[in-house]
Ligand binder design. Structure first.
Ligand code: CA
Length: 235
């Protein structure tokens, strides 16, 4: 395990909560425990965890309600492993519907719980490693919303212009050849014999750089284009 993982345990049965806490701490996790749903949500609102172990039957908000609030009100996608003695299919479905990622029936074996936790956090880390917002020199590109901003001003782009900008901002300071851009933005691995790249770079310049004293898109003569802050050796 790289780095210490923080786990929040929300479980009102104190002996089970302390059993989970001791076992996880012995395995190198940092554990915080809450004995009711409301307290669990307060802790979650104030701090981030790598995973949540959540009992279903709890005082002050049951597990399903906590789950929904974590996803909807707190807008957190922290992995949630639900625990319940009610091992019925409809309860499992209800748990997953309310936003839980996995479900473990009581009584459970500690190694089973740890295996599930590991699997959940691996998936979570994989999803969160790629940033969805790229920033460079006052330029901001949101890959999920497919929106671009320059100095806080929204820039309207076509899909192709957006892809071109995405390609440039993923490689700031690196000269990209026309061939590379054709391949990455248009999916063509041959020279079309057209000036399509230059045409689109011009469209993009009009939207990104026009009116700003500090240009970001620069020509690399005989080669292609580069996204960078200062323009020596170009234009
Ligand atoms: Ca309980």
């Amino acid at each position: 395990m790289s780095g210490q993982m923080r786990i929040l345990v929300i479980e009102d049965e104190k002996n089970i909560a302390s059993f989970i806490e001791r076992s996880l701490e012995a395995s190198g996790y940092e554990v915080v425990t809450a004995f009711d749903g409301e307290t669990g949500l307060e802790i979650l609102a104030a701090s981030d965890f790598d995973a949540i172990i959540l009992d279903v039957i709890l005082p002050k908000f049951n597990g399903w309600e906590v789950c929904q609030q974590v996803r909807q009100r707190l807008q957190k996608d922290t992995p949630i492993l639900m625990l319940s003695a009610m091992n019925h299919t409809n309860h499992i479905v209800k748990g997953l519907d309310s936003g839980a990622d996995d479900y473990l029936a009581k009584p459970f074996k500690m190694n089973e719980l740890q295996a599930r936790l590991q699997a959940l956090s691996r998936r979570y880390r994989r999803q969160t490693t790629a940033p969805s917002v790229l920033r460079y020199a006052g330029l901001e590109v949101n890959l999920e919303a497919k929106e671009a901003w320059r100095e806080g001003r929204k820039v309207k782009l076509t899909i192709r212009e957006f892809k071109l900008l995405e390609c440039l901002i993923r490689n700031p300071g690196k000269a990209l050849s026309r061939h590379e851009l054709l391949e990455k933005v248009w999916g063509l691995d041959f020279d079309t014999g057209t000036n399509v790249v230059d045409v689109y770079v011009n469209y993009l310049r009009n939207k990104i750089d026009k009116g700003y004293p500090n240009k970001l898109i620069h020509t690399v003569y005989g080669m292609g284009y580069i996204l960078k802050e200062n323009h020596d050796a170009s234009e």
